[in-house]
Design a protein around this ligand. Structure first.
Ligand code: 13P
Length: 264
């Protein structure tokens, strides 16, 4: 392994979206573990549907795989039919939670203000938030990528209580919407520019703590391109959709990041 340039631990997260019953999730984990017995020096997280969380928590135990959820409400309880709160996720064994995924912004009208509340609640209840930000095709064509990243990132960080700003738990996923599920990833150098812009915004808000925040790239990541992203100085891992659904492909991704020492 190469010597790490930073103390940030590489993170590879699977976002299963609305895929896999609890039984299917269990099958995945059992097969995956036969392929990848142990992993040291990086975090591997499975963001599973709510209904699979309990079963997976029992299965994962104290192993190297960690559990994530894909969404949460900002209140701890209340009259919000169909919603799930941070304490409920904690109890189910969850450590990470995706916030503001573009599919939630697009299909469920999630606003920047809602992401701010969720970010605050996740930190307050001790979950590690993975805030997803990224521009869509039109915004990219209009040259508004940086403006969108600024609005989505600073808008969400606005919700973070002062006491939580220095915490190391925050993760940002840069996911250009046009690259999600399309088979057309961003170019490594463009993702790197976006990631270093995100880091500069973090510095303005969090000061020195910005160096501890992990930044992931997401959008059509696969075994053939992952190290082109994780090899960049400001990119600390990946958030993977389609290529995380098959255990053998996800295992390949883990091995690729491991054998490149986390960074290419
Ligand atoms: P794909 O890897 O399928 O493009 O999805 C990316 C994503 O949305 C992860 O959150």
């Amino acid at each position: 392994m190469k010597v790490m340039e930073t103390s940030r631990r590489p993170l590879l997260a699977a976002n299963w979206k609305m895929h896999k019953t609890a039984a299917e999730a269990e099958g995945f984990i059992n097969r995956f573990r036969q392929n990848v017995a142990d992993v040291k020096g990086m975090d591997v997280v499975i963001c599973a549907p709510f209904t699979a969380l309990h079963r997976l928590a029992a299965l994962l135990g104290a192993g190297f795989l960690q559990l994530g959820a894909q969404n949460m409400h900002w209140d701890k309880d209340g009259p919000f039919t169909g919603e799930i709160s941070a304490p409920m996720l904690k109890e189910a064994g969850v450590r990470y939670v995706l916030i503001g995924h573009s599919e939630r912004r697009m299909h469920f009208a999630e606003t920047v203000e809602m992401t701010a509340r969720k970010l605050n609640a996740a930190s307050h209840f001790g979950l590690q938030p993975v805030l997803c930000i990224g521009e869509n095709e039109k915004q990219r064509q209009d040259g508004r990528t940086e403006a969108v990243l600024r609005e989505q990132l600073l808008g969400a960080l606005d919700g973070l209580a002062e006491r939580d700003k220095g915490e190391a738990g925050l993760v940002i996923a840069y996911e250009p919407v046009w690259a999600i599920g399309t088979g057309t990833p961003a170019r490594g150098e463009d993702a790197a520019i976006a990631a270093s812009f995100i880091r500069s915004l973090l510095r303005q808000t969090l000061g020195e703590a910005a160096a501890k925040v992990r930044i992931l790239y997401g959008g059509s990541v696969g075994p053939e391109n992952i190290t082109d992203f994780t090899g960049r100085p400001d990119i600390d891992g990946a958030l993977v959709g389609g290529s995380s659904l098959k255990d053998e492909v996800f295992a390949e991704l883990v091995k690729a990041v491991l054998s490149s020492g986390g960074r290419g």
